[in-house]
Design a protein around this ligand. Structure first.
Ligand SMILES: Nc1ncnc2c1ncn2[C@@H]1O[C@H](COP(=O)(O)OP(=O)(O)O)[C@@H](O)[C@H]1O
Ligand SMILES: [Mg+2]
Length: 265
């Protein structure tokens, strides 16, 4: 497929661990030597602030790229983590859907911008992670159209699997109509609590249904993961030895291993 791999982290439910996964998986991979870019496509801008940047930066943000006000080269910011760059979000992003209502090509805008720079400014990245908003709105569709692969976090709690059927339908529709190459890279079980019987039940059900698509690595529930963003740091840097960070390092290793299997096949 060639570098970089564009991955959307997606689930239309909020609070399932999308942003936490984008920040900590990207940072873990960067620590392991890969070069990563995070694109924050959620108007809330949690991935932006979680990586220590402002989500009210007027110039350097994804909205300005999508409205073609600024070139992508000018909005990429370095984070404090080596090998980890960011295109930040801005609250203006929430108006994009209405503003572009008359543009019949709008689902392709992000794809076209990324494609044009794949052999340019984006060539140095191994992975580009897109943090999606908690909806199946235009922004999420843009991410689905622009991506090579999808990573779906699934919170190990009641109703977790309910929304998934709708998501799978949307993915199938996008594959049929807009992006035939799109692949489900993996489903990630998050906020796993071994004291909670429900966690193990969702784990079993998800593996039963999605088989080997579910990552072996499970992200444990760990309060350090929720504390780190207020320090503007990925947890894997803020407290690299906590249970949550260990989960994400393990995921990064599994992620790299899968890549090697894929490219050997
Ligand atoms: N494994 C975890 N253990 C404890 N808290 C977590 C974990 N993963 C995420 N959180 C917290 O749960 C909330 C929702 O997570 P977030 O990654 O923002 O979800 P999303 O991006 O899907 O809305 C945040 O406050 C986050 O810090
Ligand atoms: Mg989020």
């Amino acid at each position: 497929m060639g570098r970089p791999t564009i991955l959307a982290v997606i689930n239309q439910k909020g609070g399932v661990g999308k942003t936490t996964t984008v920040i900590n998986l990207a940072a873990s991979l960067s620590i392991l030597g890969q070069n990563n870019l995070v694109i924050d496509l959620d108007p809330q801008g949690n991935a932006t602030t979680g990586l220590g940047k402002s989500n009210s930066e007027e110039e350097k943000n994804i909205y300005n790229i999508l409205i073609k006000k600024i070139d992508i080269k000018q909005v990429i910011q370095k984070t404090d983590i080596e090998n980890l760059d960011l295109i930040g979000s801005h609250v203006n992003l929430s108006g994009l859907e209405v503003e572009t209502a008359n543009d019949s090509n709008r689902a392709f805008v992000l794809k076209d911008i990324l494609k044009a720079e794949k052999k340019g400014v984006l060539e140095k990245y191994d992975n580009i992670f897109i943090d999606c908003p908690p909806s199946l709105s235009l922004l999420t569709i843009m991410a689905l159209v622009a991506s090579d692969e999808l990573l779906v976090p699934l919170q190990t709690e009641f109703f977790a699997l309910e929304g998934i059927t709708q998501l799978v339908k949307t993915i199938d529709r996008i594959k049929e109509n807009l992006n035939p190459e799109l692949k489900l890279r993996g489903i990630l079980l998050t906020m796993f609590d071994k004291r909670n019987k429900l966690s193990s039940e969702v784990d079993r059900e998800a593996r039963n249904y999605f088989k080997e698509k579910v990552y072996e690595t499970v992200i444990q529930r760990n309060v350090r993961l929720s504390e780190a963003p207020s320090h503007g740091l990925p947890c894997v840097i803020y407290d690299k030895n906590c249970v949550g960070s260990k989960s994400y390092f393990k995921l990064a290793e599994e992620f790299i291993k899968n890549n090697q299997i894929e490219s050997a096949a």
